[in-house]
Design a protein around this ligand. Structure first.
Ligand code: 4GS
Length: 231
């Protein structure tokens, strides 16, 4: 998987992507993530990348050309055109299912917007898909691009030690996760559920599945109904 992120804040993206599991996966070569500064592609002598909106109104709009030239530069050394995603509240809300599908693609281009938005013409020309990370408004598309990169990265081969790591977690398979416990056995007068100390693998698996059902029914009745309808 190769992900190219076009942003006005490459250092912000790089800082997040250099740490923890994603940072390790990049160093080990399991995934390639490059952050590109859109400002490097402006032809303006003052390095401007935005201007006032036609038709008036508040704020600034990101210009088409620097974004297009950034996209062109990325495409030039690729064999196939990357699947281009614009992170925006107008997009379809991100789900585990879509993230899983995207993790099977070879090359992704993630475009981060700022200010009031981006000149529609460049979006119409290069963008294949718009994705939102939720129904709320942020100051920029960087955090959404990082969220998307993180969830995709963990499903790429070699990134997590075993595939069970992501298959057992919340939203994978449509249920929320069962609760976890670790040492000590008694903490603040509360003991660990005895079945977890039994060493009986079948009983433990059954208990965890029952907990998953219960937690999902309680916290996310919408997911629970979907799950029940499918079985
Ligand atoms: C989101 C979101 C977002 C919208 C970017 C206002 C700056 C901002 N992007 N999911 N302009 N939610 N973007 O809020 O993806």
């Amino acid at each position: 998987m190769q992900i190219d992120i076009a942003t006005l804040f490459p250092d912000m993206c790089e800082a997040v992507l250099s740490e923890s599991i994603v940072g390790r996966a990049r160093k080990a070569g399991h995934i390639t993530v490059n952050c590109h500064n859109i400002r490097d592609y402006t032809l303006d002598k003052h390095r401007r990348v935005d201007d006032v909106p036609y038709g008036g109104g508040r704020g600034m709009v990101m210009q088409a050309d620097p974004i297009y030239r950034c996209w062109e530069a990325i495409c030039k050394d690729r064999t196939e055109k990357p699947h281009a995603i614009y992170l925006s509240p107008k997009g379809a809300v991100l789900t585990q299912k879509r993230a899983m599908e995207l993790s099977k693609m070879n090359e992704l281009f993630l475009l981060c917007g700022h200010y009031e938005g981006i000149d529609q013409r460049v979006l119409d020309e290069i963008i294949d898909e718009e994705i939102s990370i939720g129904d709320y408004v942020l100051t920029g598309g960087e955090l959404p691009a990082l969220v998307l990169t993180d969830t995709i990265a963990r499903m790429c081969p070699g990134v997590l030690p075993e595939s069970v790591c992501f298959e057992e977690e919340s939203h994978y398979g449509g249920l929320l996760e069962y609760p976890h416990y670790t040492r000590p056995e008694i903490w603040h007068d509360t003991t660990v559920p005895p079945v977890l100390l039994s060493g009986h693998h079948k009983n433990i698996a059954d208990w965890r599945f029952a907990q998953s059902l219960e937690v999902t029914k309680e916290k996310r009745p919408d997911l629970y109904e979907d799950y029940i309808d499918k079985i």
